[in-house]
Design a protein around this ligand. Sequence first.
Ligand code: SF4
Length: 405
Amino acid sequence: MHCSGAYSRQRADPYIGLSCGSRAAARVKHVLPSKREQSKQHTNPIQISINPTIATPTTREKATMCHGSGAHDVSPRSTTMNIEQRYFCLSTYFHQRFGQRVQKIPLHAGFSCPNRDGSLSTSGCVFCNPMGSGSGEKMQHMSLRDQYMWWRDTFYKKYKVQRFLAYLQSFTNTYGPLSKLTAVLDQLRDLPEIQGLCIGTRPDCVDREKISALAAFPGSECWLELGLQSSNDSTLKKINRGHDAASFARAATMASEEGLAVCAHIIAGLPGESRENFLQTIAFVNDLPVQGIKIHNLYVCRGTTLGTWWEHDNYVPLQRAEYIDWVIHGLAILRPDIVIHRINGDPQPGELLAPAWAGNKSQILQAIHNELCSQDIWQGQLSGYAATQPPWFSRSYQGDIPPCR
Ligand code: SF4
């Protein structure tokens, strides 16, 4: 699926049963009219500023109208209908696509990471904990099917969810030979009620063959979650990522060409980074064929290099108010067709060292919503494509989404 493509809004998903690559081809048919229309509407798109100033009155009354409803990978969200959505969140996207809630199921497939096993380094990214920044390691002794079935039954009993995506989250899930990846995909393809796949990896661990294998996975959704973190190469070096921003751009472009949806992972508050650096990263993502984004606040975990820096006063996390300010202004310049998969990090129990505010996910989400409302900001407001709140931020929207790139 190219980012310039329009998403289908039919509740009965016409793409079920097609591979991701076939789906992309099907969606291209929807793209062309919308693209032409869009080019007429935006012959002079506004240049994105990385120093946005949004002069609007602060009205505390508006804040009370906001309903928190961020999209989360694992945690359940409120079922309250959001009547004033300020961004295009993942749960909204799923409701438009499937007419019901879709749950991502975290699976641990036993992959490692070149930044951990010595191929690139043994210390990993400075913020990465020994679990590989994932949450499924407690189940790694179980087969993928058993992990999936356990979560599926749990979510069904608790929330009556009947649509699921397999989510390979921990470590680098395309690392190693192609045969390893295809063996994992073979275990997933026939799981009950599975609608597709989300797979997290590094941009330097994908190639055309692996992307083609992912594109052939059955189901209506196939998201490649690619770590970028920052578009600033000196920051990437400082945090020991082991790849540069150009590597991300190449991988995202290749994935998009093969019909995968790309979700970029970025972080606010990286060592040495300013608000301007963060906004530059958003602008970098805007220019690529990316359909989703995860925005994380950088928090300090036990057992990490960052933890040592923090203990020796060599790293100071963002204040909560700073993070909220960065995020809402990042949203203002973000393309409005990009689905927000996450808008804050979510530490595992017991791993958080600092800042304390990072441990309360729901409060952060609510504060972001409140601030978006009180400053009258919405996703894409300064992107040149969303002079008013786009209708597709609402769950009930059934039309196409015009290309915004
Ligand atoms: S690429 Fe991912 S798994 Fe590997 S060290 Fe970095 S954060 Fe950890």
